[in-house]
Design a protein around this ligand. Structure first.
Ligand code: SF4
Ligand code: SF4
Length: 498
């Protein structure tokens, strides 16, 4: 299949060899699991369990609230220790509402879980409902509830499902291993998702970077018996796995600014999401674990682990033999787009595909110097933006100016920071600016809501007072009608009688 050129991009050292040869291994259970109620974009789940309660693996711990939300389930059997605050899997180090579970060691699934032998006999709505109930979210890191994406057929004219197996971030190999070791299950999940989207097989494209030859071969072989699924080898260039750029490379069409791939009729899912869909539909199992790559120069034995959600990061590191040397940076995800973790206490969540412990040599952190206006960042930007100008506006506090230059179209890929010879942390400026703009948007919304409520209250008070005034006036009219003054005896007849 002919591929189209995308602009910009970089070639960071892949370092996938550290873990690529390690088969997926089941991580033994930790002493305690900390399951956050929010592991997705959208409203947090509401807790359904209480301290002391016994649960089986797969039991519902928290139910989804609202349209963009996902439930959470027990990653193993055991006893609920409490529902409280625990450090979030986030750079902020803030705490979030979390359910703590003490495993009983039996790892016993609930008895009534049942899949279906033929998901293709189900209506798309039924598949979407089961995916939603299983708590599946985009496992490439976006964590958007998968069922919401499968429902896009109701609002868009869809024609293509793209499976993003690019895995273009250095170090990460979890999707690679999943496609190599669970090929048939991933393909099955892909076909189920295509059915839910109302697409035929002819519109499925599985895209994998060419630096994963085993995954490419395994998926191509499995897809060969499935009419119409095409497996495509992508050139190795970061950020080929950015949804927008992947669609552009495959279809030659650019997604409009602030637009979605669905605007072009395309839905993109990750192989791990497809695997989770297979598990939910065929076995009735909710999402309670995921494959995580543990790697980086500071890790003694890099591995790919199947990890129960809620497992503290420290437990993964211990299982990999601990640190070879004290890491300079602990990262969740890849080194380009991942976020620093504040501690090894934080739990593994649905969107976490990697834990990297990076040495000083790997982080290449050096003090920033003044911009020399070399324009390397402009050449590297796959979105055609002007990173140096956006950073200058952000530094000057002119966030509106940065937005006018396309800040909101930045996919935070970090290519500009990577090539900058002055070591300016450009992407950090943009992440800060986007966070600030989002906070301002929320504050504005809150103000508008407060104003709306105040106006409603004033209108209500005015209506009550008006009603009171009208009632009083009516009472007065009635009273004056009932108490007419006595008519004086002035008729001619009366006078005559007198
Ligand atoms: S790459 Fe760095 S030094 Fe070069 S123009 Fe961009 S910000 Fe300036
Ligand atoms: S982080 Fe943003 S500005 Fe920098 S290269 Fe990527 S898309 Fe362009």
């Amino acid at each position: 299949m002919r591929l189209f050129r995308i602009r910009g991009g970089v070639h960071p050292e892949a370092r996938k060899h550290l873990a690529a040869g390690q088969p997926i291994e089941d991580l033994p259970l930790p002493a305690l699991l900390h399951v956050p109620l929010q592991q997705h974009i959208g409203t947090p789940a509401a807790p359904l369990v209480h301290r002391g309660q016994r649960v089986a693996k797969g039991d519902l711990l928290g139910h989804a609230q609202g349209a963009i939300s996902a439930p959470v389930h027990a990653p193993t059997s055991g006893r609920i220790m409490g529902v409280g605050s625990y450090p979030a899997h986030h750079a902020s180090g803030l705490s979030v509402r979390t359910i703590t579970l003490q495993p009983d060691g039996q790892d016993r699934w609930r008895d009534d879980l049942a899949g279906t032998g033929d998901p293709f006999a189900l209506e798309p709505e039924e598949i979407t409902a089961r995916v939603s109930a299983a708590g599946i979210v985009g496992m490439g890191g976006a964590t958007f509830p998968a069922a919401v994406k499968l429902n896009l057929r109701q609002r868009y004219r869809l024609h293509t499902l793209v499976i993003n197996g690019a895995e273009c971030e250095p170090y990460l190999t979890c999707d690679d291993r999943l496609m190599r070791e669970h090929t048939d299950q991933v393909i099955d999940g892909i076909r189920i998702m295509a059915h839910a989207l109302g697409l035929g097989l002819a519109q499925i494209l599985i895209a994998i970077e060419k630096n994963k030859p085993e995954a490419l071969a395994a998926m191509s072989q499995a897809a060969a018996s499935q009419t119409g699924i095409r497996v495509i080898g992508l050139p190795v260039r970061y950020p080929m796995g950015s949804e927008k750029h992947l669609v552009q490379a495959l279809l030659g069409r650019e997604i409009p600014a602030r637009g979605l791939t669905a605007d072009l009729g395309v839905v993109v899912h990750n192989p791990a999401t497809a695997f989770a869909v297979h598990q939910a539909l065929r076995l009735g199992r909710p999402l309670v674990s995921r494959v995580v790559t543990v790697s980086g120069g500071a890790i003694r034995t890099p591995r790919n682990l199947r990890v129960p959600l809620g497992t503290p990061v420290q437990h993964l590191i211990d299982h990999c033999g601990g640190f070879r040397e004290e890491p300079t940076r602990l990262v969740s995800g890849g080194p380009m787009m991942g976020q620093p973790l504040p501690s090894t206490r934080v739990p593994i969540v649905k969107g976490c595909n990697g834990i990297l412990a990076l040495t000083a040599a790997e982080t290449r952190s050096r003090p920033a110097m003044p911009c020399i206006r070399c324009a390397s960042c402009v050449s590297a930007c796959p979105c055609g933006l002007l990173p140096l100008e956006m950073a200058a506006r952000t530094r000057a506090g002119d966030l509106e100016g940065a937005v006018a230059l396309g800040l909101m179209d930045c996919v935070a890929c970090g290519s500009c920071s990577y090539v900058c010879p002055a070591h300016i942390p450009l992407v950090q400026y943009f992440n800060f600016a986007k966070g600030e703009m989002a906070a301002r948007g929320r504050a504005k919304q809150k103000q508008a809501e407060t104003r709306r409520l105040a106006e409603q209250r004033t209108a209500r008070i005015e209506a009550i007072q008006q009603a009171k005034r009208e009632a009083m006036a009516a009472r007065k009219r009635e009273a004056s009608a009932n108490h007419k003054p006595q008519t004086p005896v002035t008729s001619t007849a009366s006078l005559a009688e007198a």
